[in-house]
Design a protein around this ligand. Structure first.
Ligand code: GAR
Length: 207
């Protein structure tokens, strides 16, 4: 059994998708939020998952907030830490502490549109495809090794909301997939920083 901790800041629909996926051999040890009013906490509590709040407003700076966040996470001894709509920039020290076991989902096809307002920026840029990316977190924002991406078309009549909804549906598909690959030990990051997913099907039994 592998244990995971999920970090949320708001709605938590990606956290919900991962919990509902009921991935074999995965135990959700806790859902942690930096916001006491995050609605994702309601779902977690209703599903009997331990919840914790580390309110960033109670800390003088990022370093002290991240140190407390790490203390709370480590109390659950997770194999994997999953950022699921966690809207805080993390310090290098925090990121390094969880190197190789810290995943994030970002609502764009990275390296396009790192940062905020990805759907608005995609529409402004006139791209014809958009999507979402699950990646390992590294100190540089939205730059870590890419695990899986999903592509959606951008339609002429799209606005931010319709595009966001199309992308979100794909986020709910690829994030549980990435977590499953991780707990199965199938994700390897090469020296070139690229992710390879090991096949579980023996070559002679391939389809
Ligand atoms: C998701 O679209 C996620 O990709 C995005 O926030 C949303 C959270 O939704 N994350 C980021 O923008 C991270 N920079 P959720 O709370 O319903 O999962």
């Amino acid at each position: 059994m592998k244990s995971i901790v999920l970090l949320v800041s708001g709605r938590g629909s990606n956290m919900e998708a991962i919990v509902r996926a009921a991935i074999p051999s995965v135990r959700v040890a806790a859902v942690i939020s930096n916001r006491p009013d995050a609605s994702g906490l309601v779902f977690a509590r209703a599903h009997g998952i331990a919840t914790e709040v580390v309110d960033h407003k109670a800390f003088a700076d990022r370093a002290t907030f991240d140190a407390e966040l790490a203390r709370v996470i480590d109390a659950h001894a997770p194999d994997l830490v999953v950022l699921a709509g966690f809207m805080r920039v993390l310090t290098d020290a925090f990121v390094r502490r969880y190197e190789g076991r810290l995943l994030n989902i970002h609502p764009s096809l990275l390296p396009a549109f790192p940062g905020l307002h990805t759907h608005r920026r995609a529409l402004e840029a006139g791209v014809k495809v958009h999507g979402a990316t699950v990646h390992f977190v590294t100190p540089e924002l939205d730059c870590g090794p890419i695990v899986i991406q999903a592509v959606v078309p951008v339609q002429a009549e799209d606005d931010e909301a319709s595009l966001a909804a199309r992308v979100l549906a794909q986020e709910h598909r690829i994030y549980p997939q990435a977590v499953q690959w991780f707990v199965e030990g199938r994700i390897a990051v090469g020296d070139d920083g690229r992710v390879r997913i090991a096949d579980t099907i023996a070559p002679d039994k391939g389809i």
